[in-house]
Design a protein around this ligand. Sequence first.
Ligand SMILES: NC(=O)c1ccc[n+]([C@@H]2O[C@H](COP(=O)([O-])OP(=O)(O)OC[C@H]3O[C@@H](n4cnc5c(N)ncnc54)[C@H](O)[C@@H]3O)[C@@H](O)[C@H]2O)c1
Length: 346
Amino acid sequence: MRVLVTGAAGFMGSHVAEGLLAAGHDVVGVDDLSGGFRRNLLPEVEFYEVDLRDAEGAARVVRENPPEVLCHLAANAREGASQFQPRDVCGRNLMAYVNVLVPAVKHEVKKVVLYSSMAAYGDQKAPFDESMPRRPVDVYGVNKGAMEEITEILAEVHEFSYTVIRPHNVFGERQSLRDQFRNVVGIFMNRIMRGEPLYIYGDGEQKRAFSYIGDSLPAFLRAAELRPEVDGEHINVGGKKPITVNEMAKLVAAEFGAEPEVVYLPDRPREVKDAYCTHAKSERLLGYEEQFGLEEGLRRMAEWARTLGPQPWSEDRLELPSSKAPRIWMENDTHGKDCKGEADRP
Ligand SMILES: NC(=O)c1ccc[n+]([C@@H]2O[C@H](COP(=O)([O-])OP(=O)(O)OC[C@H]3O[C@@H](n4cnc5c(N)ncnc54)[C@H](O)[C@@H]3O)[C@@H](O)[C@H]2O)c1
């Protein structure tokens, strides 16, 4: 079948596209390369460089390739920075989604797989279970919650199937190492390669269950199948071993045989203390299991990161600079430093 993957040049989208191709599907990919990389795209993917905030551009992609399944991953997924980049986050999440969903429904898409986020749970007590209500506390989470709700409403009225995936701190090969606003594992790896300190927000005792892409991908791919059991379901896909950010800093440093300086900064506004999820539903409906686990995943990602070498930080700026934003987001000193590796530009 034909599957349209948005965010196909991104980290997870490129793995999803690759997995779908391997399963024999035709894959059409769309991405504006704002956070993804051309080198992540396989030649077999029919690729459109389109910004989904442009409704006509999104409609053209769908018109030329009406999909049976839409896997929507395009996003600005900088949860912590979303309070300081609200326009970009709303445009690249909610609006981009509606712009591609409307033509897909018009062209009778059978199924939508929406990549939402654990941010939809907000500041509730972990572990987050799918039975909990949506209660987002940040701009990114509000977007994801609205995207989920709009999917539920349109699916009922216009009669298509959907599955909402709520992934959790996924890491692995092809993740951007250049984004100082998100992906703590990639940030730590790049800072170590660049010889910079590791910055930790708060006391570093906040818990996350990091998920290696190799463990999450089979579940993501099963979610795209046309199976009644997963219709209308919201499913967490997250790692099984919660660890603190302090512990993650030590694990990453050990992978690189490094002893970086660790600098503690104030908490980021509205950051949730502990965020990890239950697994019963993903195990039951998507056969989630961990073949690699945290340490092996980190080893593989570190090996890949070393081949890429130190990366320049992305030059994106905050829309609402504020003394409440981490000072490293406000400073220019981390931008454009000389790197040994070739600049990994999109
Ligand atoms: N990685 C995680 O830990 C995680 C956790 C929870 C949810 N998610 C969700 O999973 C999805 C994929 O995340 P990822 O980590 O692979 O992020 P990513 O940044 O690597 O991929 C997102 C892609 O979307 C593209 N994009 C952004 N705005 C666009 C636009 N207007 N038009 C077209 N393309 C656009 C970017 O260029 C990028 O390639 C996102 O929806 C994210 O919210 C990820």
